[in-house]
Write a protein that binds this ligand. Structure first.
Ligand code: SAM
Length: 279
């Protein structure tokens, strides 16, 4: 039988040091302090085999979040399975921009399009409890994960399955947030950095020879029919898409177009609002 300290040493020869540590702690059910203070604690053979399998999967590029079954987002922990995109830190910018806008409305009505694991809908509901939040996804499996996360965080969110605004006919919102798939179908990144393990539906619109903006076109194109006067659409996009998305927002009848950079300085979120009303 090996010890947890030896298991950590062996694991970090195969994968990143921090990932190795988190997997050992996860499998052994111990804290970081336990691992440092009691490295000679034994790791039963069953757990050793389980750790080996997880290290193997991590070494093959599978995202750590799928192996641990969870990921952090805006200070909360969310359940993550292979049915949903692993929440990215850059998406936290959408939360900040959304909260700035929600503070000006008493009982805002909010839609999250392409909710995935539900990180945006659940975080916004937790931080702005007076908001009514609806979350849409095409994937029933993703919606199951999002519902689980809403219940874990005691957030009342209405989840609906369908194609963008399809299930929201006749509804208007103070705020629409969306982090749609935006990787072009031919982008070689789809074969790297763990992306092959994530749902294709969450990453790309799949349009052969496309620019990755098909989902943004649908979301921006329908915004004026689904925003209340003064309401905002905030949409995440690829760093190279900002100009094109602002042009979509302008053509979509929205005003006050702006783009905001993420923490790495990449243009990541664009948005605009509906002035007056429009059908
Ligand atoms: C990039 S992921 C974003 C997930 C989550 N909002 C986040 O930020 O981590 C895009 C999500 O859009 C969903 N999606 C793709 N096409 C869709 C469509 N036509 N209608 C609704 N949702 C769609 C995918 O299933 C996926 O969950």
């Amino acid at each position: 039988m090996t010890s947890i300290g030896d298991a950590w040493r062996l694991a970090r020869q195969r994968i990143d040091r921090l990932d190795a540590r988190l997997l050992v702690e996860y499998v052994a059910g111990c804290s970081h302090a336990d691992l440092l203070a009691h490295p000679t604690r034994s790791l039963p053979a069953l757990q050793e085999r389980r750790l080996d399998a997880l290290v193997r999967r991590r070494a093959s590029g599978e995202p750590l979040a799928y192996l641990l079954g969870c990921a952090g987002f805006y200070g909360r922990e969310f359940t993550v399975t292979a049915d949903v995109l692993v929440p990215r830190p850059e998406t936290e910018l959408l939360v900040e921009l959304a909260l700035e806008r929600l503070q000006h409305t008493d009982q805002p009505v909010v839609a999250d399009l392409g909710t995935g694991s539900g990180v945006l809908a659940v975080t916004l509901k937790c931080l702005c409890p007076q908001a009514s939040v609806v979350a849409v996804d095409l994937s029933p499996a993703a919606l199951d994960v999002a519902r689980l996360n809403a219940s874990l965080h005691a957030a009342t969110v209405r989840f609906v399955q369908g194609d963008w605004y399809g299930p929201l006919t006749g509804e208007r919102f103070d705020l629409i947030v969306a982090n749609p798939p935006y990787v072009a179908a031919a982008d070689p990144h789809l074969e790297r950095d763990g992306l092959p393990f994530e749902p294709r539906l969450a990453l790309t619109d799949g349009v052969a020879g496309g620019d990755g903006l098909e989902c943004a076109r649908a979301i921006v194109g329908g915004a004026a029919r689904h925003l209340l006067p003064g309401g905002w659409l905030l949409i995440e996009h690829g760093h190279e898409h900002a100009l094109a998305v602002r042009e979509l927002l302008r053509r979509g009848g929205l005003s006050g177009m702006a783009t905001w950079p993420d923490l790495s300085g990449s243009e990541r979120v664009s948005g605009a609002c509906l002035v007056g009303g429009r059908d």
